[in-house]
Design a protein around this ligand. Structure first.
Ligand code: GDP
Length: 491
């Protein structure tokens, strides 16, 4: 075997312990790839050499089978012919976006893990609102679905190409596992979080044996379904080898896959340099306001945030001395500065915190004067997932949150999950309020894990013969989520 190239310590860190490929040469094309890690705190997890090996293998296979290769052209032609190719060499999973950016990042990372486990190549359908949002993650090839790919719109749970529906309608049968050329040309896998359950037959082993036989799979999901892959015995050994620490899955795959494009990165970098870099400490506060369980009145929500920061010493207390703080008027390192990054669609949470610390002096728990500077990068008011500029701001803010020392996030929010998980930070999660009392028992809780929560559960029928048992009882690396008690989290 060839001797491994000698890498310096610096190179090792730059490549995130080997997560990133050394084969990207145009740094200007994607500034975030190597710059983001200079702003993160040191990762609490080491990268398994086996994961590194599997990533390099994946990249080689993606180059072999990816767009603009003869193998891809052959596969695309076979798709047109309307027949599945039994014993196919290159197999693909086409990812379709669903919901907001946080949901998309969680489902794309899950799809990538699924591809790693099943030897598929991931191709990403990039609608105009995602153009240039992320850099290419694999060297010398592209993960973008070629624009002439025919099956990328209009899928939903009721689509006739959906696996579950094909099974129900006898279009596919389990006995076809031995006769793959009898299968349709592609299968659509719909993994949507609806009322805490994925559809049945989406995470059962016999179904995956059959799904594996399709050369082409089209997948859409709003969920962090990576967790469900750990429930399937067939994948367990590989997953154990890739992730000796189960709580590192999104943290590592997210850092590997997602590199903001230069526009979003420009915003994040300018904001960091201008507002956050000079502070002694940085606290991120993500306030997700909006639909469903997140639609609480401002006074209730802001009281909960203040309770959380007070009870856990996350923000300096007001001294009620409105006169000038001690130390030099020019600051000049004589006073500690705590920066608070408020990230929200609405401006009022920023206004409240900013007003408090603008009008009052503050002190740390030891009585030392602290200047608290409060900033908010943008407040778009409403979610506008179909706008590219809006998504770029959202991505910049996810990364800015991930550069903080501590974060307070809103429960249920995939936007918040991505930020703290990329950072490798256990967040302070604002617990969902009780609508009848308009108050939460605890203002916030701190989960054991940095992992995102999978809100939706698969049916466990298939892996525990006929019994619908709680997997947390059987698998030591799983827990229920603090913010979504029915959900599942790796740790
Ligand atoms: P979730 O709905 O909280 O699970 O997160 P998603 O990211 O899936 O969807 C929410 C979307 O709303 C984001 O992707 C943004 O487009 C927008 N959004 C929500 N909160 C913020 C925020 O604090 N800042 C910005 N810039 N956009 C936000």
């Amino acid at each position: 075997p060839e001797a491994a190239p000698v890498r310096t310590e610096h190179e090792h860190d730059r490549l995130l312990g080997g997560l990133l490929s050394p084969d990207f040469h145009d740094e200007q094309a994607c500034r975030s790839r190597y710059e983001a890690s200079t702003l993160w705190k040191t990762s609490p997890f080491s990268v398994a050499p086996y994961l590194v090996r599997r990533l390099r293998q994946y990249e080689a296979n993606h180059s072999r089978c990816g767009p603009r290769t003869a193998r891809y052209r052959e596969a695309a032609a076979q798709l047109q012919s309307g027949r599945n190719a039994g014993g196919a060499d290159c197999r693909y999973v086409v990812w379709l976006p669903m919901q907001g950016l946080g949901n998309r990042m969680l489902s794309l990372a899950s799809t990538f893990l699924y591809a790693l486990l099943t030897g598929r190549v991931v191709l990403v359908h990039q609608p105009p609102e995602m153009e240039g949002l992320f850099c290419e993650p694999f060297p010398g090839t592209s993960w973008l679905l070629p624009p002439d790919f025919p099956y990328k719109d209009g899928f939903w749970s009721g689509s006739k190409e959906s696996y579950v529906n094909m099974l129900e309608n006898n279009v596919v049968r389990y006995d076809m596992v031995n006769n793959a050329s009898a299968l349709p040309a592609y299968v659509y896998l719909h993994l949507e979080n609806t009322r805490f359950r994925f559809q049945n037959h989406t995470f059962c082993e016999e179904d995956h044996l059959l799904l594996d036989k399709f050369k082409w799979m089209v997948l859409s999901s709003d969920s962090y379904f990576a967790v469900a892959l750990f429930l399937m015995p067939a994948y367990r050994e590989e997953l154990d080898r890739m992730f000796p620490a189960k709580g590192a899955v999104f943290h590592q795959l997210g850092r590997y896959l997602f590199h903001p494009g230069n526009r979003a990165w420009g915003m994040a970098q300018r904001f960091f340099a201008g507002y956050l870099a000079g502070a002694n400490e940085r606290l991120g506060v993500q306030v997700r306001v909006g639909p469903y369980q997140l639609a609480f009145p401002f006074e209730v929500m802001s009281e909960q945030i203040l309770r959380c920061t007070r009870e856990h010493g996350l923000l300096p207390q007001l001294t009620h001395n409105t006169e000038r703080a001690a130390g030099s008027v020019r600051l000049a390192n004589s006073i500690a500065v705590k920066a608070v990054l408020v990230v929200s669609l609405k401006p009022e949470y920023y206004d409240k915190l900013h007003g408090m610390y603008y009008s009052n002096a503050a002190a740390s728990s030891t009585g030392q004067e602290v200047v608290v500077s409060v900033y908010q990068p943008s407040h778009d008011e409403d979610q506008r997932t179909d706008s590219r500029a809006h998504n770029e701001r959202a991505l910049a803010e996810i990364y800015l949150l991930s550069f903080c020392d501590e974060v307070v996030t809103t429960g249920w929010s995939t936007f918040g999950y991505v930020a703290h998980s990329l950072a490798g930070l256990r967040p302070w999660v604002l617990t969902p309020l009780d609508w009848t009392k308009m108050k939460a028992e605890n203002a916030c809780v701190r989960p054991e894990s940095v992992e995102p929560c999978m809100h939706s559960l698969p049916s466990f029928d298939c892996w525990r013969s006929g019994q619908d048992l709680d997997p947390v009882v059987h698998l030591p690396f799983l827990r229920h989520c603090e913010d979504v008690p029915a959900g599942l989290q790796l740790f």
